[in-house]
Design a binder for this molecule. Structure first.
Ligand code: PEP
Ligand code: MG
Length: 331
Protein backbone atom coordinates (compact mmCIF):
# COMPACT_ATOMS: atom_id res chain seq x y z
CA UNK A 1 0.00 0.00 0.00
CA UNK A 2 2.87 2.31 0.91
CA UNK A 3 4.51 1.71 -2.49
CA UNK A 4 1.24 2.39 -4.24
CA UNK A 5 0.82 5.66 -2.35
CA UNK A 6 4.35 6.70 -3.30
CA UNK A 7 3.73 5.82 -6.97
CA UNK A 8 0.46 7.76 -7.08
CA UNK A 9 1.90 10.73 -5.26
CA UNK A 10 4.54 11.10 -7.97
CA UNK A 11 2.08 10.81 -10.86
CA UNK A 12 1.60 13.96 -12.93
CA UNK A 13 -1.66 15.80 -12.17
CA UNK A 14 -3.16 15.01 -15.56
CA UNK A 15 -6.22 13.31 -16.97
CA UNK A 16 -5.97 10.21 -19.15
CA UNK A 17 -6.14 12.39 -22.26
CA UNK A 18 -3.44 14.76 -21.04
CA UNK A 19 -5.44 17.68 -19.60
CA UNK A 20 -3.28 19.34 -16.92
CA UNK A 21 -4.93 19.79 -13.52
CA UNK A 22 -4.01 21.73 -10.41
CA UNK A 23 -4.29 19.54 -7.33
CA UNK A 24 -3.71 21.80 -4.35
CA UNK A 25 -3.79 21.25 -0.60
CA UNK A 26 -6.10 22.57 2.12
CA UNK A 27 -4.04 23.28 5.21
CA UNK A 28 -4.56 24.46 8.78
CA UNK A 29 -0.93 25.31 9.51
CA UNK A 30 2.72 24.99 8.52
CA UNK A 31 2.93 21.28 9.39
CA UNK A 32 0.15 20.52 6.89
CA UNK A 33 2.00 22.51 4.22
CA UNK A 34 4.77 19.95 4.55
CA UNK A 35 2.34 17.10 4.02
CA UNK A 36 1.07 18.88 0.91
CA UNK A 37 4.56 18.39 -0.50
CA UNK A 38 4.77 14.82 0.76
CA UNK A 39 1.47 13.95 -0.92
CA UNK A 40 2.41 15.42 -4.29
CA UNK A 41 0.23 18.56 -4.23
CA UNK A 42 1.25 21.39 -6.54
CA UNK A 43 0.55 24.22 -4.08
CA UNK A 44 -1.59 25.50 -1.22
CA UNK A 45 -5.15 26.19 -2.37
CA UNK A 46 -6.60 27.06 1.03
CA UNK A 47 -4.85 28.06 4.23
CA UNK A 48 -7.47 28.30 6.98
CA UNK A 49 -5.94 30.97 9.19
CA UNK A 50 -8.49 30.54 11.98
CA UNK A 51 -6.28 27.84 13.50
CA UNK A 52 -3.66 30.48 14.11
CA UNK A 53 -6.19 32.38 16.23
CA UNK A 54 -7.68 29.33 17.90
CA UNK A 55 -4.29 28.45 19.36
CA UNK A 56 -3.66 31.97 20.70
CA UNK A 57 -4.79 33.64 23.90
CA UNK A 58 -5.03 37.03 22.17
CA UNK A 59 -5.01 38.43 18.62
CA UNK A 60 -1.66 37.54 16.98
CA UNK A 61 0.27 40.65 15.90
CA UNK A 62 1.17 41.57 12.33
CA UNK A 63 4.82 40.48 12.56
CA UNK A 64 3.86 37.17 14.11
CA UNK A 65 1.27 36.51 11.41
CA UNK A 66 3.70 37.56 8.70
CA UNK A 67 6.29 35.10 9.94
CA UNK A 68 3.82 32.22 9.80
CA UNK A 69 2.42 33.20 6.40
CA UNK A 70 5.98 33.37 5.05
CA UNK A 71 6.67 29.90 6.40
CA UNK A 72 3.54 28.57 4.69
CA UNK A 73 4.49 30.23 1.41
CA UNK A 74 8.04 28.88 1.66
CA UNK A 75 6.76 25.35 2.34
CA UNK A 76 4.31 25.47 -0.57
CA UNK A 77 5.42 23.40 -3.59
CA UNK A 78 4.52 26.29 -5.93
CA UNK A 79 6.14 28.95 -3.72
CA UNK A 80 2.78 30.65 -3.27
CA UNK A 81 -0.32 30.10 -1.14
CA UNK A 82 -3.96 31.12 -1.05
CA UNK A 83 -4.47 32.59 2.42
CA UNK A 84 -8.03 32.92 3.70
CA UNK A 85 -8.88 35.60 6.23
CA UNK A 86 -10.34 34.55 9.54
CA UNK A 87 -13.40 32.33 9.22
CA UNK A 88 -14.45 32.20 12.83
CA UNK A 89 -17.98 31.73 14.09
CA UNK A 90 -20.28 28.91 13.14
CA UNK A 91 -18.75 26.00 15.03
CA UNK A 92 -15.53 27.85 16.02
CA UNK A 93 -15.20 30.69 18.52
CA UNK A 94 -12.33 32.85 19.78
CA UNK A 95 -13.13 34.56 23.07
CA UNK A 96 -11.04 37.68 22.38
CA UNK A 97 -13.15 38.59 19.32
CA UNK A 98 -16.46 38.78 21.11
CA UNK A 99 -19.06 36.16 20.37
CA UNK A 100 -19.07 35.18 24.01
CA UNK A 101 -22.85 35.13 23.83
CA UNK A 102 -24.22 32.00 22.28
CA UNK A 103 -26.17 32.68 19.08
CA UNK A 104 -29.31 30.74 18.28
CA UNK A 105 -28.12 30.03 14.72
CA UNK A 106 -24.32 30.43 14.71
CA UNK A 107 -23.81 29.17 11.14
CA UNK A 108 -26.23 31.82 9.92
CA UNK A 109 -25.05 34.47 12.29
CA UNK A 110 -22.04 36.54 13.11
CA UNK A 111 -19.45 34.56 11.22
CA UNK A 112 -16.25 35.11 9.15
CA UNK A 113 -16.14 38.46 7.26
CA UNK A 114 -19.35 39.53 9.03
CA UNK A 115 -17.33 39.42 12.24
CA UNK A 116 -14.09 40.75 10.73
CA UNK A 117 -15.90 43.88 9.42
CA UNK A 118 -16.72 44.78 13.01
CA UNK A 119 -13.10 44.46 14.12
CA UNK A 120 -11.52 46.81 11.58
CA UNK A 121 -8.15 47.04 13.30
CA UNK A 122 -7.72 43.37 13.66
CA UNK A 123 -8.97 42.84 10.06
CA UNK A 124 -6.50 45.40 8.66
CA UNK A 125 -3.67 43.77 10.60
CA UNK A 126 -4.42 40.41 9.03
CA UNK A 127 -4.77 41.85 5.53
CA UNK A 128 -1.51 43.80 5.90
CA UNK A 129 0.30 40.62 6.98
CA UNK A 130 -1.08 38.72 3.96
CA UNK A 131 -0.13 41.51 1.53
CA UNK A 132 3.38 41.60 3.00
CA UNK A 133 3.69 37.81 2.65
CA UNK A 134 2.67 38.26 -1.02
CA UNK A 135 5.73 40.42 -1.79
CA UNK A 136 7.63 38.77 -4.66
CA UNK A 137 11.36 38.03 -4.29
CA UNK A 138 12.14 40.46 -7.10
CA UNK A 139 10.06 43.05 -8.90
CA UNK A 140 8.12 41.57 -11.80
CA UNK A 141 7.78 38.11 -10.20
CA UNK A 142 4.23 36.97 -9.40
CA UNK A 143 2.91 37.66 -5.89
CA UNK A 144 3.56 34.86 -3.40
CA UNK A 145 0.12 34.92 -1.79
CA UNK A 146 -3.48 35.25 -2.88
CA UNK A 147 -6.00 36.73 -0.45
CA UNK A 148 -9.28 34.88 -0.06
CA UNK A 149 -12.37 36.17 1.76
CA UNK A 150 -14.81 33.63 3.26
CA UNK A 151 -18.64 33.74 3.30
CA UNK A 152 -19.09 36.53 0.76
CA UNK A 153 -22.84 37.06 0.36
CA UNK A 154 -23.31 40.09 -1.89
CA UNK A 155 -21.70 42.81 -4.01
CA UNK A 156 -21.74 45.40 -1.21
CA UNK A 157 -19.44 43.15 0.80
CA UNK A 158 -17.03 42.78 -2.13
CA UNK A 159 -16.89 46.57 -2.51
CA UNK A 160 -16.27 46.97 1.20
CA UNK A 161 -13.53 44.33 1.11
CA UNK A 162 -11.82 46.04 -1.85
CA UNK A 163 -11.85 49.32 0.06
CA UNK A 164 -10.27 47.67 3.12
CA UNK A 165 -7.55 46.08 0.97
CA UNK A 166 -6.85 49.48 -0.60
CA UNK A 167 -6.63 51.05 2.85
CA UNK A 168 -4.18 48.34 3.97
CA UNK A 169 -2.04 48.96 0.85
CA UNK A 170 -2.04 52.69 1.52
CA UNK A 171 -0.98 52.14 5.12
CA UNK A 172 1.84 49.84 4.04
CA UNK A 173 3.02 52.42 1.50
CA UNK A 174 2.98 55.12 4.18
CA UNK A 175 4.91 52.84 6.55
CA UNK A 176 7.47 52.02 3.87
CA UNK A 177 6.73 48.28 4.04
CA UNK A 178 7.33 45.94 1.13
CA UNK A 179 4.20 44.15 -0.05
CA UNK A 180 2.73 42.36 -3.08
CA UNK A 181 -0.42 42.84 -5.16
CA UNK A 182 -2.14 39.71 -3.86
CA UNK A 183 -4.93 38.54 -6.20
CA UNK A 184 -8.31 39.17 -4.56
CA UNK A 185 -10.64 36.17 -4.29
CA UNK A 186 -13.98 35.22 -2.81
CA UNK A 187 -15.21 31.96 -1.35
CA UNK A 188 -18.44 30.92 -3.03
CA UNK A 189 -20.32 29.19 -0.24
CA UNK A 190 -23.53 31.14 0.25
CA UNK A 191 -26.44 30.25 -2.08
CA UNK A 192 -27.24 33.94 -2.71
CA UNK A 193 -23.71 34.41 -4.05
CA UNK A 194 -24.14 31.35 -6.28
CA UNK A 195 -27.31 32.89 -7.74
CA UNK A 196 -25.47 36.17 -8.41
CA UNK A 197 -22.12 34.73 -9.48
CA UNK A 198 -22.40 36.22 -13.01
CA UNK A 199 -22.26 39.68 -11.43
CA UNK A 200 -19.93 38.99 -8.50
CA UNK A 201 -17.28 37.26 -10.58
CA UNK A 202 -16.54 40.54 -12.40
CA UNK A 203 -15.39 42.07 -9.12
CA UNK A 204 -12.86 39.40 -8.13
CA UNK A 205 -9.62 37.95 -9.49
CA UNK A 206 -10.54 34.37 -8.62
CA UNK A 207 -13.26 32.25 -7.02
CA UNK A 208 -12.92 29.35 -4.61
CA UNK A 209 -16.02 27.21 -4.13
CA UNK A 210 -16.48 26.17 -0.50
CA UNK A 211 -18.74 23.23 -1.11
CA UNK A 212 -18.85 22.17 2.56
CA UNK A 213 -20.79 25.29 3.43
CA UNK A 214 -22.52 25.69 0.07
CA UNK A 215 -24.04 22.22 0.42
CA UNK A 216 -25.18 22.78 4.01
CA UNK A 217 -26.76 26.14 3.18
CA UNK A 218 -28.33 24.95 -0.05
CA UNK A 219 -29.86 21.87 1.58
CA UNK A 220 -30.62 23.63 4.90
CA UNK A 221 -28.86 20.70 6.56
CA UNK A 222 -26.10 21.17 9.16
CA UNK A 223 -22.80 19.79 7.83
CA UNK A 224 -21.94 18.38 11.28
CA UNK A 225 -25.27 16.87 12.30
CA UNK A 226 -25.51 13.13 11.55
CA UNK A 227 -29.30 13.33 11.86
CA UNK A 228 -29.49 15.28 8.59
CA UNK A 229 -26.45 13.88 6.80
CA UNK A 230 -28.76 12.13 4.29
CA UNK A 231 -29.64 15.66 3.08
CA UNK A 232 -26.20 17.25 3.31
CA UNK A 233 -25.00 15.46 0.16
CA UNK A 234 -22.69 16.99 -2.43
CA UNK A 235 -23.94 14.54 -5.06
CA UNK A 236 -27.55 15.66 -4.75
CA UNK A 237 -29.06 16.83 -8.04
CA UNK A 238 -29.69 20.32 -6.62
CA UNK A 239 -26.05 20.75 -5.63
CA UNK A 240 -24.75 19.47 -8.98
CA UNK A 241 -26.94 21.91 -10.91
CA UNK A 242 -25.76 24.87 -8.84
CA UNK A 243 -22.10 23.87 -9.07
CA UNK A 244 -22.31 23.36 -12.83
CA UNK A 245 -23.79 26.86 -13.26
CA UNK A 246 -21.14 28.46 -11.02
CA UNK A 247 -18.22 26.78 -12.80
CA UNK A 248 -19.67 27.79 -16.19
CA UNK A 249 -20.02 31.44 -15.11
CA UNK A 250 -16.48 31.62 -13.77
CA UNK A 251 -15.02 29.95 -16.86
CA UNK A 252 -17.03 32.25 -19.14
CA UNK A 253 -15.77 35.28 -17.23
CA UNK A 254 -12.21 33.98 -17.54
CA UNK A 255 -11.65 33.93 -13.78
CA UNK A 256 -9.74 31.02 -12.22
CA UNK A 257 -12.09 28.83 -10.19
CA UNK A 258 -11.09 26.19 -7.63
CA UNK A 259 -13.24 23.92 -5.50
CA UNK A 260 -11.85 23.54 -1.99
CA UNK A 261 -14.56 21.59 -0.15
CA UNK A 262 -14.22 17.98 0.92
CA UNK A 263 -15.97 16.72 -2.20
CA UNK A 264 -12.88 17.57 -4.29
CA UNK A 265 -11.19 14.51 -2.77
CA UNK A 266 -14.14 12.13 -3.30
CA UNK A 267 -13.81 10.07 -6.51
CA UNK A 268 -17.44 10.29 -7.68
CA UNK A 269 -17.63 14.02 -7.01
CA UNK A 270 -14.22 14.68 -8.55
CA UNK A 271 -15.35 12.98 -11.77
CA UNK A 272 -18.47 15.13 -12.20
CA UNK A 273 -16.62 18.32 -11.23
CA UNK A 274 -14.10 17.57 -13.96
CA UNK A 275 -17.03 17.13 -16.34
CA UNK A 276 -18.27 20.62 -15.37
CA UNK A 277 -15.02 22.14 -16.61
CA UNK A 278 -13.31 22.52 -13.24
CA UNK A 279 -9.52 22.12 -13.51
CA UNK A 280 -8.34 23.31 -10.09
CA UNK A 281 -9.08 21.36 -6.93
CA UNK A 282 -7.95 21.91 -3.37
CA UNK A 283 -8.31 19.10 -0.83
CA UNK A 284 -6.91 17.51 2.30
CA UNK A 285 -3.38 16.44 1.31
CA UNK A 286 -4.17 12.77 2.07
CA UNK A 287 -6.58 12.57 -0.90
CA UNK A 288 -4.18 13.94 -3.52
CA UNK A 289 -2.47 10.63 -4.45
CA UNK A 290 -5.73 8.74 -5.05
CA UNK A 291 -7.23 11.61 -7.06
CA UNK A 292 -4.10 11.69 -9.23
CA UNK A 293 -4.54 7.99 -9.82
CA UNK A 294 -8.21 8.38 -10.70
CA UNK A 295 -7.46 11.29 -13.07
CA UNK A 296 -4.94 9.13 -14.93
CA UNK A 297 -7.81 6.74 -15.82
CA UNK A 298 -10.37 9.41 -16.62
CA UNK A 299 -10.56 11.43 -19.84
CA UNK A 300 -12.38 14.76 -20.08
CA UNK A 301 -14.91 13.29 -22.52
CA UNK A 302 -15.73 10.50 -20.04
CA UNK A 303 -16.08 13.02 -17.20
CA UNK A 304 -18.41 15.11 -19.37
CA UNK A 305 -20.51 12.05 -20.16
CA UNK A 306 -20.72 11.18 -16.43
CA UNK A 307 -21.88 14.70 -15.61
CA UNK A 308 -24.41 14.62 -18.44
CA UNK A 309 -25.78 11.30 -17.12
CA UNK A 310 -25.81 12.59 -13.54
CA UNK A 311 -27.81 15.68 -14.50
CA UNK A 312 -30.50 13.48 -16.04
CA UNK A 313 -31.06 11.62 -12.75
CA UNK A 314 -33.34 12.93 -10.05
CA UNK A 315 -32.06 11.45 -6.77
CA UNK A 316 -28.73 11.38 -4.96
CA UNK A 317 -28.94 7.63 -4.65
CA UNK A 318 -29.34 7.14 -8.42
CA UNK A 319 -26.47 9.52 -9.12
CA UNK A 320 -24.16 7.81 -6.67
CA UNK A 321 -24.89 4.33 -7.91
CA UNK A 322 -24.47 5.34 -11.58
CA UNK A 323 -21.11 6.96 -10.76
CA UNK A 324 -19.95 3.99 -8.70
CA UNK A 325 -20.71 1.63 -11.55
CA UNK A 326 -19.01 3.84 -14.14
CA UNK A 327 -15.91 4.44 -12.05
CA UNK A 328 -15.52 0.73 -11.25
CA UNK A 329 -15.52 0.01 -14.99
CA UNK A 330 -12.77 2.57 -15.69
CA UNK A 331 -9.54 0.90 -14.64
C1 PEP B 1 -16.00 25.01 2.64
O1 PEP B 1 -16.94 25.56 3.22
O2 PEP B 1 -16.16 24.16 1.73
C2 PEP B 1 -14.61 25.31 3.00
C3 PEP B 1 -13.61 24.81 2.29
O3 PEP B 1 -14.40 26.06 4.10
P1 PEP B 1 -14.52 25.48 5.60
O4 PEP B 1 -14.61 23.98 5.47
O5 PEP B 1 -13.31 25.95 6.30
O6 PEP B 1 -15.78 26.11 6.07
MG1 MG C 1 -16.60 27.28 4.47
Amino acid sequence: LRDQLADNRDLPARTKDGQALELLANINGVADAKSAVAMGGSGIGLYRTEYLYLTHASVPGEEEQLEIYREVVAASPSGSATIRTLDIGGDKTVPFLGREKQEANPFMGWRSIRLSFEHPNFFLTQIRAILRAAAPDKPGDPPKAQILFPMVTNLEELRRLRAIVRRAEQQLLNDGKVFGKAPFGMMLEVPAAAVMIDELVKSVDFVSIGSNDLVQYLMAADRDNPKVSHLCQPLSPAVLRVLAAVVRSCNQAGRPVTLCGEMAGQPQAFAVLLGMGLRRFSMSPAFIPSIKELASHLSISTAERLLHNALKLSTTRQIRSMLNKELAALA
